[in-house]
Design a protein around this ligand. Structure first.
Ligand code: MET
Ligand code: ZN
Length: 765
């Protein structure tokens, strides 16, 4: 019998119950007990539904109220000093670590967040030091395993492995200079032993231990640590299936195959070519191979015939008992279920599978491979064949004009007319900005009123004209506000956008949208990624009317605001039938037209945001150059059509950009803003190492938290920046857009930001 497994299920609830409950708790409208009750209801629903699909290895313990890495840190008492002794309940300490807290005398910023590998999910970075006092304060895996068991559902608990946990963390401020988190392994392992012993005692047959860093180049030197860890853990643990995903094991498989593990999970959806070397490496062992054939990262229906043939090869080499059919990764990156979609056409719906449908896919594929004669299984197989054939037919249709335009891209289309040194002077005369100009990243608070107006428009309760009037008023409010507090380069505030990617996707041809296809981005922030289904083009200008209107209200320069091609692609579900490069270039050409239309309409600064450029970077270094080439070219293609006098801006956030900084320079934007405050300004070292020749605004405060930075704090940050960057190039801005913030803290923070910039002007200009 071939088993089936799901590595993790979305934990947001089919109707975003977790977001609603968590936010109500934060607002003081829901008790902790009621919050935990909602969470338990969501877990129960997920287990029940996945079980009903016929999956044999059902995950538990991967649920989270905020972030699974944060759960792990909290369970092991990895709590930075600044969150201790504040008189908060454990749950509030947990949330304070995730999002910061400013209340009743407590004032702590959020912990650093980082991208979870190359996905759009963010985890809260654990902080370690010599003083880290590991304690197993909460055995979440056991608690949730038992919770499922009481419901009569046998699950396979999921935990983050010790080596990845440490390797994904960072050294706390108080750690000594040469401290490496991995040095704590021997202190940490006894707690894992306890955790796993308890899990076994509770009756778990299997445990899934995620060691995703095994697909990184940086795991190769950790061979010894892996060997030590698993030699200690395996004797006391349930059967361990070691899970890797998102990329290939490459030569790490040589030592992984020697670990005392019962199973190994690999992602063959992303990297089908690793099947052969991995099978060869484990053939002579007893290791069961869990094959991630069903994508945990995209929403296309699985091609059963292809998966069956791939898994067939593994079965031929290892035998059916040694193969598990699985999702490639946790399904956390996909929406919960297609059942909630009522607006997709029948044709479109037939192309996709969301998490619940994917659970059905692994179960069906496993049944077929087990030789099932069940009529339902054969008809599912037959239906899949028909669906896949229909999608392939659709893929043959293309927008020939778009394809031709991409084929005709020439190198000169990627370069501005003059170099930055010339543009800088032309722009100084044209825009007349002061030294240390202040600006924001684009969005202003997306208030309840804005969301309500949009909802009413969607339901037809107000007309397009009424909605547009409302948006105009919002823009006016934002413009007047910026004038009042003294910002220099204004924005219109992006009130018309539901989301920076979705908004553009909805205006382009080639995308489709879900009604309820939410995916967690971080904490209680979920996004609804658009789906690229065919060639992309721009039927009409998108933002020009709003930017032009905003500019008409003020004499100060107005910055136009667009989302860049690479980010749109990375935050969408891309097509699987053509390359990402082709999709990115199609987007770039569509945006190039928008950029030129904005300029023609009198907009003198245009920002093309590329916050997601880093996360699209392949996980293996050998693959970097190929990606960076087309990513940089796409950005340049979208902006290089401008005249010298127009300032091209770009914006980066959510990641460390240190390692791709040379590529950021190659974008040749006139001005970039870059998230810097939360990473303890470590980015400043990057500037020191590489230098930067165009204008730059490292964010002076973190906008992911409601906390207000004091004016002195901002001055201190500016001072630190002036040590590594010339004042003539420095721009003063927050870390990112303000859409998730309230007006109160926005005003207080920006007033302080303006004060900081004025201080810099007086002292350093
Ligand atoms: C995640 S980057 C956000 C950039 C966008 N312009 C905003 O201000 O919201
Ligand atoms: Zn940002």
């Amino acid at each position: 019998m071939v088993a089936s497994s799901v590595l993790g299920f979305p934990r947001i609830g089919a109707n975003r119950e977790v977001k609603k409950a968590v936010e109500a708790y934060w607002a003081g409208k829901l008790s902790e007990a009621d919050l935990q009750k909602s969470a338990a209801d969501v877990r129960k629903a997920s287990w029940t539904k996945v079980q009903a699909k016929g999956v044999t290895h059902i995950p538990s313990g991967e649920f989270s109220l905020y972030d699974h890495v944060l759960d792990h840190s909290a369970s092991f008492n990895v709590i930075p000093k600044r969150y201790q002794g504040l008189g908060l309940s454990p749950l509030d300490v947990y949330f304070a670590m995730g999002r910061g807290r400013q209340s009743e005398g407590v004032d702590v910023p959020a912990s650093e967040m980082k991208k979870w590998f190359d996905s759009n999910y963010h985890f809260v970075v654990p902080e370690f030091s010599e003083e880290t006092d590991f304690k197993l304060v909460f055995n979440k895996a056991v608690v949730e395993y038992k919770e499922a068991k009481e419901l009569g559902i046998e699950t396979r608990p999921v935990i983050l492995g010790p080596v990845s946990f440490l390797a994904l963390g960072k050294a706390a401020k108080e750690a000594s200079a040469d401290f490496k988190p991995i040095s704590l392994l021997s202190k940490l392992l006894p707690l894992y032993k306890t955790l796993l012993t308890d899990l076994k005692a509770a009756g778990a047959e299997w445990v899934q231990i995620d060691e995703p860093i095994l697909v990184l180049d940086t795991a190769a030197p950790l061979e010894k640590e892996f060997a030590t860890a698993y030699a200690e853990l395996s004797p006391v643990a349930p059967k361990i299936v070691l899970a890797t995903y998102f990329a290939r094991l490459d030569s790490n498989v040589d030592f992984v195959a020697k670990l005392p593990i019962a199973g190994l999970h690999i992602d063959v959806n992303r990297e089908p070519a690793q099947l052969e070397p991995v099978v060869a490496a484990i053939k002579s062992t007893n290791i069961v191979l869990s094959l991630g054939v069903v994508s945990g990262r995209n929403i296309w229906k699985n091609d059963f015939a292809a998966s069956i043939s791939l898994a067939g090869k593994a079965i031929e080499a290892l035998g059916a008992e040694r193969v598990i059919v699985a999702t490639s990764s946790s399904l956390l990156h996909t929406p919960v279920t297609l059942d909630s979609e009522h607006k997709l056409t029948a044709e479109q719906k037939d192309w996709f599978s969301f998490a619940l449908e994917k659970a059905g896919e692994v179960a069906t594929i496993a049944s077929v491979l087990s030789g099932s004669q069940d009529a339902a299984i054969s008809s599912a197989l037959e239906a899949n064949k028909v669906s896949i054939a229909k999608r392939r037919d659709f893929e043959k249709t293309s927008n020939d004009a778009v394809r031709k335009r991409v084929a005709a891209i020439t190198p000169d289309m990627l370069e501005r007319k003059s170099p930055f040194s010339v543009r800088e002077q032309v722009q100084a005369k044209h825009l007349k900005l002061p030294k240390f100009p202040t600006t924001t990243i684009g969005s202003f608070p997306q208030t309840k009123e804005i969301r309500q107006a949009r909802a009413k428009l969607g339901k037809g309760e107000i007309t397009v004209e009424e909605y547009d009037e409302f948006i105009k008023k919002e823009i006016e409010t934002v413009v007047r506000f910026q004038e009042k507090i003294g910002l220099d380069l204004l924005v219109h505030g992006e009130p018309e956008r539901n989301d920076m990617v979705q908004y553009f996707g909805e205006k382009f041809d080639g995308f489709v949208f879900t009604q309820n296809g939410w995916v967690q981005s971080y904490g209680s922030r979920y996004v609804r990624p658009p789906i690229v289904v065919s060639d992309v083009s721009r039927p009409a200008p998108i933002t020009v009317q709003w930017s032009a209107y905003a500019q008409s209200l003020t004499k100060l320069p107005m910055k136009g605001m667009l989302t860049g091609p690479v980010t749109i692609l990375n935050w969408s579900f891309p097509r699987a039938d053509v390359s990402r490069e082709l999709q990115s270039k199609q987007l770039a050409l569509a945006l190039r037209d928008e950029v030129i239309d904005l300029e023609t309409a009198g907009i003198n600064a245009i920002q093309v945001d590329e916050p997601a450029i880093r996360e699209g970077l392949p996980l293996r270094r050998a693959d970097w150059d190929g990606y960076l080439k087309w990513a940089v070219d796409s950005f340049k293609l979208s902006t290089a059509g401008l005249q010298d006098q127009t300032q091209a801006h770009s914006h980066f956030c959510y990641s460390d950009f240190d390692d791709i900084f040379p590529s950021i320079q190659r974008l040749d934007a006139d001005v970039i803003s870059i998230e810097a405050s939360k990473a303890d300004l470590k980015l400043l070292n990057t500037f020191k190492n590489y230098g930067y020749s165009n204008s730059i605004g490292p964010g002076v405060y973190d906008i992911h938290s409601p906390r207000v930075p004091g004016a002195q704090e901002i001055k201190d940050r500016l001072k630190a920046m002036l040590e590594v960057l010339p004042g003539s190039l420095l721009v003063v801005n927050p870390d990112c857009g303000l859409k998730t913030r309230g007006w109160k803290e926005t005003e207080a923070s920006l007033v302080n930001l303006v004060e900081g910039a004025r201080w810099a002007r007086e002292n350093f200009a």
